[in-house]
Design a protein around this ligand. Structure first.
Ligand code: UDP
Length: 358
């Protein structure tokens, strides 16, 4: 089979790139995907009652990047959703990220914003340049809030002690002294009104793009003759693990249907401490879906399953760099979270793809 461009993996990275190549270069693009659906981890589908279910966990699109937002907006309208998260600690729900109400409810105080700033100033561990997750959080809020709200969640999520993890992991989580209870404060935020799958399907609806599903590239390596190769699958797998496996964190989901209109007060509740799962997502909130029943998913991180999160430890990045050297020699371009071994959010991935020099 001869094509101008081969893209391995039909997730948001591969599909964004496919669309650009087709439109801007007018070249043929073949997307090959091992799963039976497009969309990668953004894939969503409708359940019996029409609730849009995010099969691989909650995906909330947000960005400050106008170019990224405008690019995707060609293919979808947005449901204007503001993400709110609660965290369940000691039998109570608290706003997450930590804000004025979290502090007052947890400490049973009536602090003003100025009081909270003063309180954290007295409890914070004095570190000027935090070097890991533990230091980032304790240097802002002190040990008590760190232990209750971050320590166990992070350990469970990443399978690594937070003192070993780099600061970027929690960079997206602010600490607030006001009552803002939004999870993200980006300029643009929303959920594709017909779902991510439909948005991505609209992107690949182009005469120059074809897609093969249920197609494991590694079983057909020699059958495709492509001028350019892009890969959003794990880079270590592409090179047959010749330097060893890159560690990834995996997540699995236990879906439950409940005969109640609402199961929990917001779309996502975090469970940092007692439970094996990190969070419970109730999907109907994402598009304000009205139905008698509801669907939730409990999220369990583990070391086994399909790779989901790259684990950005120094030694892992070093190993990734070794693979990346091979990539440079062979003129294969790696893209997306798994191809570049980066803890990217959706907008960062789309940004890379819209800015990539073709
Ligand atoms: N985090 C935490 N407690 C929480 C929420 C987040 O300790 O209640 C930390 C944890 O290390 C997590 C990181 O912050 O991996 C980023 O959280 P986010 O919800 O953005 O993660 P994602 O949705 O990408 O899994």
């Amino acid at each position: 089979m001869k094509v101008d461009n081969l893209i391995i993996g039909a997730g948001i990275a591969g599909i964004t790139l496919a669309r650009r190549i087709a439109e801007e270069k007018n070249e043929s693009v073949l997307l090959v995907e091992k799963r039976n659906h497009i969309g990668g981890y953004c894939y969503d589908y409708r359940d019996l009652e029409g609730i849009l279910i995010h099969k691989y966990g909650p995906h909330i699109f947000r960005t400050d990047n106008t170019k990224v937002y405008e690019f995707l907006s060609r293919f979808t309208d947005w449901y204007d959703y503001q993400h709110k998260v609660l965290t369940y600690v000691g039998g109570h729900y608290y706003p997450m990220p930590i804000n004025l109400d979290t502090v007052n409810n947890y400490l049973n105080t009536n602090y003003s914003s100025a009081d909270v700033i003063e309180y954290f100033d007295s409890t914070r561990v004095k570190i000027d340049a935090p070097k890991n997750v533990e230091e980032v959080i304790t240097s802002q809020v002190g040990k008590e809030f760190y232990n209750q709200f971050f320590k166990n969640y992070t350990e469970k999520q990443w399978g690594v002690d937070p003192s070993k993890l780099p600061p970027e992991i929690v960079a997206r989580i602010p600490i607030r002294a006001n009552r803002d209870d939004r999870y993200f404060s980006c300029r643009y935020q929303g959920i594709p009104i017909q779902g991510y799958t439909q948005m991505l399907q609209n992107m690949i609806d182009h005469k120059k793009i074809s897609v093969l599903l249920n197609y494991n590239f590694y079983n057909h390596r020699d059958e495709i003759d492509a001028v350019n190769v892009y890969c959003s699958a794990p880079i270590d797998e592409f090179y047959e693990y010749r330097f060893g496996s890159l560690p990834y964190r995996c997540v699995s989901f236990k879906f439950e249907r409940h005969n109640v209109e609402k199961y929990q007060p917001v779309s996502v509740v975090n469970y940092p401490n007692e439970n094996a799962y990190t969070r419970i997502t109730e999907f109907k909130y994402f598009t304000n879906h009205q139905s008698k029943n509801t669907v939730i998913a409990k999220e369990y991180p583990s070391g086994e399953g399909d790779p989901s999160y790259p684990i950005p430890l120094k030694e892992n990045i070093k190993l990734y760099e070794k693979y990346n050297e091979l990539a440079k020699e062979e003129s294969v371009t790696f893209i997306g979270r798994l191809g570049t071994y980066k803890y990217y959010s959706m907008d960062q991935i789309v940004d890379e793809m819209v800015e990539m020099k073709l």
